[in-house]
Design a protein around this ligand. Structure first.
Ligand code: ADP
Ligand code: MG
Length: 321
């Protein structure tokens, strides 16, 4: 099987059918030297790209379906964290060999998520080499509507969607040769696109949790020039994490990555929206802390006693209380 046959297979198997009005301005898609796209009038283009390398960004035994899902999911998560509407994707595939069955399953995983978010694959590149998938997601947003990292203010609530720590636990279990009961959290993250859209105009800062809660909150705090208090017992956890001892659980929740939940700050006057968003989007939203003037992150554990995580992220902590 040659390169162009693989490309044709990807094109056929990822082509999605849209409801009228959702064609997304593709003037020219796969098949020419470049795609031609029409950004809706008055909107700005939003672009994000992420690479997944086998064995580094996903366990080597990850199914092609899940790889197809995840490469799009992590990029849609970046668009979600900006508050953007996803529209198009470009896919760079490096494959060890031309394997139509692998491409078929990959395309299925990719397409099911693409369809759910009306994303059209409009181009890419196909090469031979170690398994690596690079995806560029393009979306659009109303001018000035983007959720950036630099707008948090003292007094804002710190909020996180879904649960955190589950993906890191699953990864560690797999690496130790154990079964991971919640492996889906690692393999099939759900990008919080609708939540990101809802947050525009309300959240003061937003990021998606890919590197770990402390690291990603640290990015918001550094960009915004402030600090935060975190109430660790309020961190939302999964069923499996609930069974762990506090310190072990907190380690996954504070320092684990790969959750792809949204972490945002919300001025307190908008607090009532949390209930509305949570109900209309059927998503858990937890207030886990508050933005403070002094830099650094203060973690409050049981009985509001200060807790000093020994794992990564330590540099974000300020000494004493
Ligand atoms: P060129 O040599 O001009 O870069 P290619 O032969 O690499 O063209 O690609 C031909 C067409 O197929 C282009 O439109 C390109 O965007 C598309 N394409 C190639 N690989 C992929 C892929 N993995 N996914 C989607 N589109 C692809
Ligand atoms: Mg090319």
């Amino acid at each position: 099987m040659k390169e162009f046959e693989l490309i044709r297979q990807i094109q056929q198997e990822t082509s999605v059918s849209y409801s009228p009005g959702r064609e997304h301005g593709v003037k020219l898609g796969i098949g020419d030297d470049a795609a031609v796209l029409e950004v809706p009038a008055g909107q700005h283009l939003v672009a994000a790209t992420d690479t997944l390398n086998a064995g580094i960004h996903f366990p080597p035994d990850t199914s092609p379906f899940d790889i197809g899902h995840k490469c799009l999911a992590v990029n849609l998560s970046d668009l979600a964290a900006m508050g953007a509407i996803p529209r198009w994707a470009l896919l760079s595939l490096s494959l060890p060999r031309a394997d139509p069955e692998w491409v078929h399953l990959f395309s299925e995983g990719f397409s099911s998520l693409a369809q759910a978010h009306s994303v059209t694959l409009v181009g890419g590149d196909t090469t031979s080499g170690p398994l690596s998938i690079s995806l560029t997601a393009l979306g659009s947003i109303e001018p000035g509507g983007q959720l950036t990292r630099d707008g948090a203010h003292p007094g804002d609530l710190v909020v996180v969607s879904g649960t955190i720590g589950g993906a890191a636990l699953a990864l560690e279990q797999l690496q130790a040769g154990k079964t991971a009961l919640e492996r889906h959290l690692l393999d099939r993250p759900q990008p919080r696109v609708s939540l990101g859209r809802s947050l525009t105009g309300y959240a003061s800062a937003c990021i998606d949790v890919s590197d770990g809660l402390l690291a990603d909150l640290g990015h918001i705090l550094r960009a915004s020039g402030c600090g935060a208090k975190l109430e660790i017992e309020k961190l939302p956890h999964t069923r499996v994490l609930a069974g762990l001892k506090d310190v072990a659980k907190w380690r996954y929740q504070l320092s684990g990555g790969d959750d792809y939940e949204l972490l945002f700050t919300l001025p307190p006057q908008h607090r009532a929206w949390l209930t509305t968003w949570s109900q209309t989007l059927d998503i858990r939203l937890s207030v886990i802390g508050e933005i403070e003037q002094d830099e650094g992150i203060r973690c409050l554990g049981k009985d509001r006693k200060e807790y000093h995580p020994i794992q990564t992220g330590f540099e974000h902590f300020r000494a004493g209380s």
